[in-house]
Design a protein around this ligand. Structure first.
Ligand SMILES: *[C@@H]1O[C@H](CO)[C@@H](O)[C@H](O)[C@H]1NC(C)=O
Length: 350
């Protein structure tokens, strides 16, 4: 009887031990483990760096239309590029899709960023890893996170550009990939997250998702934080130093409201509300909209709607959402109304 119990215990423990020890190692990128808390993410192991194939396309004001690829394994590609270490470096990481750097959003963002700032803009492509079932893409985002971290290290090592001069932007799963970058490389200046992906990330350990330890300033735009049952693709929980909730953060103006239309939209597009966050950020860079995406510190959307948060207290100046959030000293939970089409800003009701 005792032996039987011991055998049972061993049989029960063995798979636990083997699960606890799971890890996969890839040449210069090192190892990725499935130990807690990482076992809480599905899809282990990540695919190899050759499959994920993270690429870095540099655009500057001198080459807006013709990217230059920079590869940390070929340092000449940096030396012969137009990268300027005296300028800010802005990096965009796309989400779970098969379009990558070719998306019209990436093109629009590049141009808007270069209009606003004489910067180095890198558009990342990781479609080798993101064009996969969602479970797998989540793990592949870990590879992307480490690749981008090493790339930033490479730029720092080669040119002395400080880590604080890097500003990462990420959409959806790309927002969590940016979190993995910060996990691997401390001291990054800023991460702007466009509706970080909710499925498998809601309520997770901060090591597994974007959180405010991932950069010196983390700003998050929440646009599709409906419950999973209502097919929300984002997440409501605050993750940054500044968390913006346009229209409450769950559902956006002009997006399908009833569940049938919502499901239809969900399968046709990546989701109207979910894809609104990047568009709002883009709008924040446009000097011709005629108004700003002014936001109001408030403890909840309900209080904001009840008119309890219509001023910005002692400071008197309300922070703005988007590219200029850091400069406007945005902090905490911030709410605002928007229109349903671009320009999304609404004239200050206050
Ligand atoms: C950058 O330099 C540090 C210190 O020499 C080194 O440990 C690290 O591997 C380098 N990183 C890259 C990506 O070259």
């Amino acid at each position: 009887m005792a032996t039987k119990i011991i055998v049972r215990i061993i049989v029960a423990i063995l798979p636990i031990i083997s699960v606890l020890c799971e890890e996969v190692c890839y040449d210069d990128l090192g190892c990725f483990s499935n130990d807690p808390p990482y076992d809480l993410l599905p899809g282990f192991p990540p695919e190899s760096p050759d499959v994920v194939n993270v690429r870095f396309f540099l655009y500057t004001r001198l080459n807006r239309d013709l990217w230059m690829e920079v590869d940390r394994k070929e340092p000449e590609s940096l030396a012969t590029s137009l990268f300027n270490p005296a300028r800010k470096t802005l990096i965009y990481i796309h989400g779970w899709n098969n379009v990558g750097y070719k998306s019209s959003f990436a093109v629009d963002l590049t141009n808007a960023l270069l209009d606003a700032e004489n910067a180095n803009v890198f558009i990342i492509d990781w479609t080798g890893g993101s064009d996969a079932p969602y479970n797998q893409a989540i793990q592949n985002a870990r590879i992307t996170g480490r690749e981008v971290a090493y790339f930033i290290q490479f730029l720092h090592n080669e040119t002395d550009i400080p880590y604080s001069r890097f500003h990462l932007m990420g959409s959806s799963l790309g927002a969590h990939a940016s979190g993995f970058v910060g996990e691997n490389q401390p001291g990054i200046g800023r991460i702007s997250a466009f509706d970080p992906a909710g499925p498998f990330f809601r309520g997770q350990d901060p090591a597994l998702r974007l959180d405010q330890t991932d950069a010196e300033f983390v700003d998050v735009i929440h646009t599709d934080a409906e419950s999973a049952l209502r097919l929300g693709l984002g997440m409501l929980q605050p993750m940054g130093h500044a968390d913006f909730y346009p229209n409450g953060g769950k559902e956006q103006a002009g997006c399908p409201k009833n569940i049938t239309d919502h499901i239809d939209d969900f399968f046709r597009t990546s989701g109207c509300s979910h894809s609104r966050a990047p568009l709002l950020f883009l709008d924040s860079l446009d000097p011709t909209t005629g108004c700003e995406l002014t936001s109001y510190p408030c403890s909840s959307w309900e209080n904001f709607q009840a008119g309890l948060c219509s001023d910005c207290g002692r400071r008197g100046v309300c922070p703005v959402m988007g590219y200029y959030a850091e400069r406007s000293r945005a902090n905490g939970l911030l709410y605002l109304d928007t229109g349903s089409v671009s320009p999304y800003c609404v004239l200050d009701e206050a």
